[in-house]
Design a protein around this ligand. Structure first.
Ligand SMILES: Cc1ncc(COP(=O)(O)O)c(N)n1
Length: 565
């Protein structure tokens, strides 16, 4: 018999994975409990061990039965694990009985220096009581050893003995502080999933607490062209927010704010978050738990959990599980979801937000909106824009020439024709400034205009169809953004329409005809990308084309403002 040899193609570099131990119940359905914990710990690159406190016969529809593991056997498991290798972090979940809790309270202080995260699981998502009353009382014995306590609102109400309703953020802040005071846990993260908070309510606490927004959701990051199209595709409720409150010592330290994701795939969310927190602490650099709580460590765990919900796949007939593997199966770009139907455009804009802002909030645009832009600047700009439109139409004609499908040939040709019509509007528009067609044709083309046009045509010549779509996108999307933003500025009385010399320009770019074209352009890009997800490398190339065009657009406004030739 031939010998079977195994030759690893990559050198195996031994790496020490931090040991995270979960002490919790088993969920036969695999969505919550020990199963969710181990999947999460693994996703964070840690090594997971487990001590079972109870077995549940459970699925996504509910808990059918609970079988408690005898306390002495819980402790036997714990001894076996710890005696071999001490954990860096311990997560405590469904603890099943008062006797088990008391025994753990005796044993935990003997484990040196481990971070302890307690998720005080009391009731399952499906409404099943998982912890008897006397066990809830026994939790008092555990609190002195807890580093982070992660109750949801009903659990915090029970733990704090909170009287009254928890309606808004003010009540939640009080509840979070009361829970910390009652339990004396070093850190409390009150999970706000049971309450819906408005953006305005959050903003009331700006300056008082650190507000950690979900990526791209900061007030200053608002991108009109994305919010506008989001509002077309999203239902109102999704615009509401979930706020998790971090209390360290006796002080509220931070509010974690994210859009509420409407999903039925939430079974095991609490288990996942608390394991993610334990793992996030385990992989931190340095051993100390920073004073004042560690916002970054918690933010990493919260983001992981939110993405696990957002990317969940359907399973079972009730509350489905999360997607714990989303980090390793992540593509260069997330797929479009109801929550974010435009992941590609979101990526392009967020990948260099200051650059994008320098384009769409350029002083030329601001002055145009408030009417203070000198007329000769605008005239210079509009003449150059006429030249640019010609090149922009040529770029689309080039697209039609390079395209291989009738769909693309038609799309490019139609846009080229549309630009030709738009240029005629330009001519009639310029007449009101006393600029004739001859003046437009005779104006020498400026360097910023030539540079931009050269770049777009070059990309179109050298690259493929998607490169060309990319090179023409920032102009289309950016002018849509400018039009919408100016419209909003008018509403907020920061820009004026009445008596503004540039009123027609503003109305054209915020009007339905132009915005429909912008919408079509965005949908086309998103569809292409979703059908053919790019590799990291390809995405980087597309992104660099976008950045270059955004930069050249910004130079185009400079040219207008400073009358550059
Ligand atoms: C074994 C076990 N542990 C914890 C939970 C709570 O999870 P959820 O609140 O999502 O039902 C559960 N259902 N089962």
């Amino acid at each position: 018999m031939a010998a079977i040899t195994f030759t690893p193609t990559l050198p195996l570099v031994p790496r020490k994975a931090p040991h995270v131990l979960t002490i919790a119940g088993s969920d036969s359905g695999g969505g919550a409990g020990i199963q969710a914990d181990l999947k999460t710990i693994e996703a964070f690159g840690c090594y997971g061990s487990s001590v079972l406190t109870g077995l549940t016969a459970q699925n996504t529809k509910g808990v059918q039965a609970v079988h408690a593991v005898p306390t002495d056997f819980v402790i036997k498991q714990l001894q076996s694990v710890v005696e071999d290798e001490a954990p860096v972090a311990i997560k405590l979940g469904m603890l099943t009985s008062a006797t088990t809790i008391r025994a753990l309270a005796q044993y935990l202080p003997t484990i040196e220096k481990a971070i302890v995260v307690l998720d005080p699981v009391m009731i399952s998502t499906s409404g099943h009581y998982l912890l008897p009353d006397d066990a809830v009382e026994a939790l008092d014995d555990l609190f002195p050893f807890v580093t982070v306590l992660t109750p949801n609102i009903p659990e915090a109400i029970r733990l704090a003995g909170f009287k009254g309703e928890v309606g808004g953020l003010e009540d939640m802040l009080k509840l979070a502080k009361d829970t910390q005071a009652k339990t004396a846990a070093k850190t409390v993260l009150l999970k706000g999933g049971h309450a819906v908070i408005s953006r305005d309510e959050v903003l009331r606490y700006k300056g008082q607490y650190e507000i950690v927004w979900e990526e791209g959701d900061d007030e200053d990051d608002t991108v009109e062209v994305l919010s506008e199209y989001k509002s077309l595709t999203q239902v109102g409720a999704e615009r509401d927010y979930v706020v998790d409150i971090l209390v360290t010592g006796t002080e509220v330290v931070a509010l974690f704010v994210g859009k509420k994701v409407i999903s039925s795939s939430t079974h095991g969310t609490g288990c996942t978050l608390s394991s993610a927190i334990a793992s996030s602490y385990a992989i931190r650099k340095g051993n100390d738990v920073p004073a004042g709580g560690d916002v970054k460590i918690l933010k990493r765990a919260i983001s992981y959990t939110q993405s696990a919900i957002a990317s969940a796949f359907p399973f079972g007939h009730g509350h489905g599980p999360l997607n714990h593997a989303h980090l390793s199966t992540r593509r260069a770009l997330p797929p479009p979801t109801r929550h974010n139907p435009h992941p590609f455009l979101t990526h392009l804009i967020q990948s260099n937000l200051p650059l994008w802002k320098s384009y769409v909030r350029h002083p030329f645009v601001v002055q145009l909106g408030n009417g203070s832009l000198p007329r000769e600047c605008f005239e210079h700009y509009i003449k150059q824009d006429y030249h640019y439109l010609r090149h922009y139409a040529r770029a689309h004609a080039l697209g039609a020439y390079k395209a291989s499908s009738f769909t693309d040939i038609t799309a490019f040709s139609e846009i080229a024709l549309h630009i030709a019509r738009e240029s005629e509007m330009h001519v009639s528009y310029c007449a009101q400034f006393g600029i004739s067609r001859e003046d437009l044709m005779a104006a020498p083309e400026s360097a910023p205009c030539a540079a931009y046009a050269r770049y777009v045509i070059d990309i179109g010549t050298q690259g493929d169809i998607l490169d060309l779509y990319m090179a023409v996108a920032s102009c289309l999307v950016g002018y849509g953004e400018v039009g919408l933003w100016l419209k909003k500025q008018v509403k907020e009385e920061k820009a004026v329409l009445e008596g503004n010399l540039y009123r027609r320009w503003m109305e054209d770019y915020s009007g339905p005809e132009f915005l429909t074209a912008v919408h079509k352009g965005i949908e086309n890009l998103e569809r292409r990308i979703a059908q053919n997800p790019p590799s990291e490398e390809h995405l980087a190339r597309l992104t660099s084309i976008w950045h270059e065009c955004v930069r050249l657009e910004s130079r185009f406004w400079d040219m207008g403002l400073y009358k550059l030739l």
